[in-house]
Design a protein around this ligand. Structure first.
Ligand SMILES: Cc1cc2nc3c(=O)[nH]c(=O)nc-3n(C[C@H](O)[C@H](O)[C@H](O)COP(=O)(O)OP(=O)(O)OC[C@H]3O[C@@H](n4cnc5c(N)ncnc54)[C@H](O)[C@@H]3O)c2cc1C
Length: 479
């Protein structure tokens, strides 16, 4: 009996249940990954993310080969082509079982249903595992038997699940004799070289050993300061693991396991760095959970459905200024220039620029969501969509529309000395530090090569509140 393991957004050779199970239960195991250029284009994925994905894929191929499993990298246009391709592989190789990790996005679920049905017609069994989240999204419902819509009660139950099912080590099973697929079925690995940008030197290594070191460094040192430092962009207080979680180079339960070894069950309680960090990992699970239970989120719709009819502005000039970091609000501009140059943005800054786009410029949150995906190395549909809907006050746990981030006070609080800001806006180095975040104090009199504020803060806030207020009134009358 031969098995095929289909790798998707789980590009790792450990903490990988489909692989572990296949190796333990089948005489021969082979693995496959599909490059899907048109799908990636349709999703608008950032070149820097594809670069990491492809570099990771090549590392994984080597790491699996060292353990006797051949990873076959194949190219098809998009998801639609995959069911037939898998059928051809399974028939050709007399494969009896396909194993995979569930993905919860709607297109992905539909693709997997088609694969399962088509293979079942051939008598091939599809085994689905759930390593993508720390706690499976179909395991949690509230007392009324409905999905949670708010994070805190979800998190409390999530902790209880984790406590009952703490992740234990998953050692590698016996080395395998594996199948390599015939050339006719394979596309050359060279076709993936075009995605590579050589971003390694930007601090995103793809080898498992380097990633283990990154996790180790964070958990032995920075995590203890995480609760205090995570909100300050200049302090590099967070783990920087989101790019790896997004392609599955690391598994959430693997991280929980590493924490368990160091902090024991104390990580499940209290206010220490490990617990605070665990809570952030739970946010990742939560956004996947919500997407799983409310699939309309995958159709460009708002979680709070009435907001689908909200009348956002459509001023492309304002949007361009935001994208290019030319709004005249230093913290917003520094964050956007950092994103454009590096493919990365700190979480606090994501919240500030997202709020600015939706609440100061009144531009559609979907524009921001799309722009982030096209630039972020960790672009991830569920977390990105969740973050944007939260910022626009149209999603789960949404801040009420009248709570609007003030870019000046946010900057003063989280980058008080302008350390982060000056890294990206060196033209402001002559501005007195105490006024860096207050362009209205120096802009008019300055000859700096820096734009004036694109909107006036108080005015923008008041027209946003008015627009939301009117919308809600109208909606109330209509229903
Ligand atoms: C508008 C907006 C868009 C976002 N887009 C993305 C995205 O495309 N991809 C992405 O991975 N995250 C996204 N986030 C969430 C968050 O900003 C990043 O996960 C975080 O900055 C990653 O840095 P880190 O790995 O150092 O995080 P840490 O602080 O070390 O946190 C550990 C892990 O927890 C998860 N996490 C932390 N915060 C959040 C959060 N608020 N929501 C969901 N998961 C979280 C991430 O997987 C992260 O790697 C977005 C947030 C906002 C406000």
């Amino acid at each position: 009996m031969s098995a095929l393991v289909w790798f998707r957004s789980d590009l790792r050779g450990v903490w990988h249940s489909p692989l572990t199970y296949a190796v333990a239960n089948h005489q021969t195991v082979t693995a496959v990954f599909f490059i899907t250029p048109q799908q990636w284009q349709h999703y608008g994925l950032a070149p820097i993310k594809l670069d990491l994905l492809v570099r990771r894929l090549l590392q994984l191929k080597q790491e699996l080969a060292d353990k006797g499993v051949c990873l076959n990298i194949m190219q098809v246009a998009d998801f639609a082509a995959i069911p037939e391709k898998l059928k051809a592989i399974c028939t050709e190789q007399r494969i009896t079982h396909l194993y995979l990790n569930a993905e919860y996005e709607l297109d992905e679920r539909r693709r997997d249903q088609k694969v399962k049905a088509l293979l079942a017609e051939q008598g091939i069994v599809t085994g689905i595992f759930h390593d993508t989240c720390m706690v499976r999204p179909d395991q949690q419902l509230n007392k009324e038997g409905k999905p949670y819509k708010v994070f805190t009660p979800y998190f409390n139950q999530w902790l209880a699940h984790l406590r009952n099912d703490l992740p234990h080590s998953q050692p590698w099973q016996a080395v395998q004799l594996t199948l390599s697929l015939p050339e006719a079925l394979l596309d050359s690995d060279n076709s993936i070289q075009r995605y590579m940008q050589n971003a390694d030197e930007m601090g995103w290594p793809a080898a498992s050993s380097a990633l283990d070191e990154k996790i180790d460094d964070f958990l032995t040192d920075a995590v203890s300061r995480y609760a205090q430092s995570r909100d300050f962009p200049a302090q590099h207080g967070s783990s920087g693991l989101s790019p790896y979680l997004s392609i599955g180079a690391v598994a959430p339960r693997q991280l929980a396991h590493s924490m368990l070894i160091r902090f024991g069950e104390a990580m499940l309680d209290g206010s220490g760095g490990a617990h605070v960090w665990l809570r952030e990992l739970a946010w990742r699970d939560f956004y996947r959970y919500v997407m799983f239970h409310f699939p309309h989120l995958c159709m460009h719709r708002c979680f709070i459905e009435k907001y689908d009819a909200f009348n956002w502005c459509d001023d492309r000039n304002l949007f361009d200024a935001w994208c290019q970091g030319q709004t005249g609000y230093p913290i917003v501009d520094a964050a956007m220039r950092c994103l454009n140059a590096t493919g990365w943005m700190h979480n606090r800054l994501r919240m500030i620029v997202a709020s600015f786009l939706c609440k100061h410029l009144l531009l559609p949150w979907r524009w921001g969501e799309e722009y982030f995906m096209s630039r972020l190395i960790d672009g991830d549909f569920a977390s990105n969509n969740g973050g944007w809907q939260w910022s626009a006050s149209v999603g789960t746990d949404a801040a009420p529309y009248f709570r609007i981030f003030n870019p000046t006070t946010q900057g003063q609080r989280y980058d008080p000395d302008g350390e982060f800001l000056l890294q990206w806006l060196p033209e402001l180095k002559t501005v007195p530090k105490k006024h860096l975040h207050e362009p209205q104090k120096w802009q008019a009199a300055s000859s700096l090569n820096y734009p004036p504020p694109i909107v006036e803060h108080k005015q923008a806030v008041s027209s946003t509140k008015e627009r939301f207020g009117q919308f809600l009134d109208m909606h109330k009358k209509a229903t």
